[in-house]
Design a protein around this ligand. Structure first.
Ligand SMILES: Nc1nc2c(c(=O)[nH]1)N[C@H]1C(S)=C(S)[C@@H](COP(=O)(O)O)O[C@H]1N2
Ligand SMILES: [Mo]
Length: 368
């Protein structure tokens, strides 16, 4: 059973204030200014592609200043020959385009009870863009991977102190060599047909499809092939979750999830057939099915999948729902992917507040 989390009082003020009428909807919903953190507004979560200015932003440090005249990407470590690429060298490599949904591992953290420390994201730290750039494997093949290579370490141009007591450091993350060499991994310089905006990593960023956002290093300036397993603040201190056996594991692929983008929480609906619509995504496979419930998860019925179906992008869905009578309803959706992964009813609470993918009810009022 999914319980409505809206108190009667909250519901009373929320009704008649549909999301569309809220003033902040056409700007990023700001969570923090320094470093910049913002989520995509509710009403935009029904667009398959998120416009660049409304694509969620998750920075750990100040946005770096990039001087294009001196900019370069250095690639070194366990390689046959180290290399420095300037932007023209990068653009000379074959260009690839891919539609990829990025989700922050902390998306929906504010749904946790008891609360977990960290940015209190609602459900807007997820967005989709058409990314274009070069294949990461093409860059790695240019320098030649050495026989002892185990991981590839990526460095961003942004630096800072990530938490009290930590020293100053750049944003650093690694990937296992087989993931880095997978042909779908992108080093992007375009977002929705435009030059990469500065807050999204200009001039060059990783786009690691299927993985939570932390893997997609922005403002990429360094790639190092290493013969060990990297440990560091953003790798083994943050973005880790304790499994059922008490072992801390690094967060990787995006867990299956879905959302209702319309109607909005607390919306007042007319007593007539209503289109309920939303999104579903999984980092592991394409979405196979989305189910809808209007009775808090007691009964489910299949929704219709619409729009494009792409391996690394979210799937739109909708269903026509006819309320049986006036009253208060708890709407819910849950997704299943092609590998049979099914979205859980309950999120597994964890200290980091990561992977919050449980079913999230939307309470509505149907007018008499
Ligand atoms: N260099 C750098 N890369 C970064 C980050 C960062 O703070 N610095 N944040 C990461 C996290 S946690 C996420 S969720 C995504 C967010 O990408 P976006 O801001 O383009 O949406 O970038 C990732 N890459
Ligand atoms: Mo993130």
């Amino acid at each position: 059973m999914v319980h409505c989390t809206c108190s009667e009082a909250a519901l009373a003020t929320a009704v008649k204030t549909p999301a569309q009428a809220r003033p902040s909807e056409q700007t990023l919903v700001e969570i923090d200014k320094v470093p910049l953190i913002g989520e995509t507004p509710q009403t935009l979560l029904q667009n398959w592609l998120t416009p660049n200015p409304l694509f969620y932003v998750r920075n750990h440090f100040d946005t770096p200043e990039i001087e294009m005249s001196s900019w370069q990407l250095s690639v070194d470590g366990c390689v046959s020959k180290t290399a420095q690429f300037d932007f023209n060298n990068i653009k000379r490599l074959p260009k690839y385009t891919s539609t990829v949904t990025l989700e922050c591992a902390g998306n929906n953290r504010s749904d946790l009870d008891p609360p977990a420390p960290g940015n209190q994201f609602q459900n807007g730290a997820v967005s989709t863009a058409v990314w274009a750039g070069v294949a990461l494997k093409d860059i790695l093949n240019e320098v030649g991977i050495g026989p002892n290579a185990r991981e590839v370490l990526f460095e961003g141009a942004d630096t800072g102190t990530p938490a009290p007591g930590e020293s100053e450091m750049p944003y650093l993350r690694s990937l296992p060599i087989d993931v880095a060499m997978h042909p779908d991994m992108l080093v992007a310089y375009e977002m929705n047909g435009e030059e990469l905006p500065i807050e999204h990593g200009y001039p060059l960023r990783l786009v690691i499809p299927g993985w939570y956002g932390m893997a997609s290093v922005k403002w990429l300036t360094g790639i190092k092939v290493i013969d060990y397993e990297y440990e560091g603040f953003f790798q083994t201190d943050r973005y880790v979750i304790e499994n059922d056996d008490g072992v801390w594991e690094q967060i990787k692929e995006i867990s299956i999830k879905s959302l209702i983008s319309s109607p909005a929480v607390g919306e007042e609906l007319a007593n007539q057939p209503t289109c309920v619509a939303g999104m579903a995504w999984s980092g592991n496979a394409q979405i196979k099915e989305v189910e809808f419930s209007a009775d808090g998860g007691q009964t489910w019925q299949p929704a219709t999948l619409t729009g494009p179906s792409e391996r690394y992008a979210w799937q739109q869905w909708h269903i026509s729902w006819t309320p049986p009578m006036a009253g208060h309803y708890t709407l819910a959706c849950r997704a299943t992917d092609q590998l049979g992964n099914i979205q859980p009813i309950e999120t597994r609470w964890n200290e980091g507040g990561y992977v919050v993918n449980g079913v999230r009810p939307v309470c509505v009022m149907v007018a008499a």
